[in-house]
Design a binder for this molecule. Structure first.
Ligand code: ATP
Ligand code: MG
Ligand code: MG
Ligand code: MG
Length: 239
């Protein structure tokens, strides 16, 4: 396009979209219309384990592909990442690995994700960002667990919604215990806490007396509040 009369379409319409330096960059990736996508592919409600694991697989592939990503956190159809736009790679891995997660299910429509980049200037705000996502995960999952237990026990969706209206976290735990003999804390940690992906430094013995510390990609379902203060959350290259 160099020097042609059409060059103005680049000069005048393409803006500099560089992110400011010295920030923690979060890329939040979220499935588009997954309410419908999860229905079409008969995801188990409220949590389809295979679908969640497929999201974890995509996140792990991201950390493998892009060394600058230090941490990923995911819940539901959403995955937050510390790096610039990776949504296309994430989507490709999702499609490529679909068969491994769902050997008996055909992919019926192309999955796609939206993504946004947000900059957090220091460790406190990036930690608070992750805490915000995890608190959201807890609130949604506790609600969804109650909602689907009520629906599966014969209530209509509207009735289930009504009986949960205005209930506190404690009320919901009591509802699960009293009506379904269920202890919320016994639910899978993946459902309650979401997924964290990071590199764990593991010491391996190469030969006798020779040890090497290697970063091993790890998926864990842990409390992020507290975790990110202990874990090596090294600051990105400062300017
Ligand atoms: P949007 O395009 O605006 O993001 P959406 O339909 O994807 O719309 P979200 O708020 O992102 O809406 O919610 C994700 C939806 O996908 C929820 O309805 C949730 O129940 C469903 N979903 C995603 N992952 C799973 C899963 N692993 N198991 C069961 N349901 C899932
Ligand atoms: Mg969305
Ligand atoms: Mg979505
Ligand atoms: Mg979502």
């Amino acid at each position: 396009m160099a020097n042609s009369e059409y060059e103005y379409v680049k000069r005048e319409f393409e803006f500099d979209r560089r992110l400011p330096p010295s920030n923690w960059i979060v890329v939040r990736i979220d499935g588009c219309h997954f309410h419908s996508f999860s229905k079409i592919h008969a995801f188990e409600k409220p949590n389809d384990e295979n679908a969640l694991r497929l999201m974890d697989t995509c996140a792990t592939a991201m950390l493998k592909k892009f060394p600058d990503i230090v941490f990923a956190y995911g819940v539901s159809d959403e995955y937050s990442k510390i790096l610039s736009l990776c949504v296309s790679y994430f989507t490709s891995v999702y499609v490529m690995k679909w068969k491994e997660s769902f050997p008996d299910k055909m992919l019926k429509e192309p999955p796609y994700f939206d993504a946004r980049a947000v900059c957090y200037p220091n460790l406190k705000t990036i930690r608070d960002y992750l805490a915000w996502r995890q608190v959201d995960c807890h609130i949604n999952n506790q609600y969804n667990t109650c909602f689907w237990m009520l629906v599966k026990s014969g209530k209509s969706k509207q009735e289930a919604q009504l009986s949960l209206k205005g209930t506190s976290s404690k009320d919901k735990n009591e509802l699960l215990a009293q009506q379904f003999q269920m202890n919320y804390d016994d639910e899978l940690a993946m459902f309650r806490k979401g997924s964290s992906v990071y590199r764990e430094k593991v010491e391996t013995v190469v030969k006798a007396n020779i040890k090497r510390t290697q970063p091993i990609l790890t998926v864990a379902h842990v409390d992020i509040i507290g975790f990110t203060t202990i874990h090596s959350f090294d600051k990105p290259n400062d300017a």
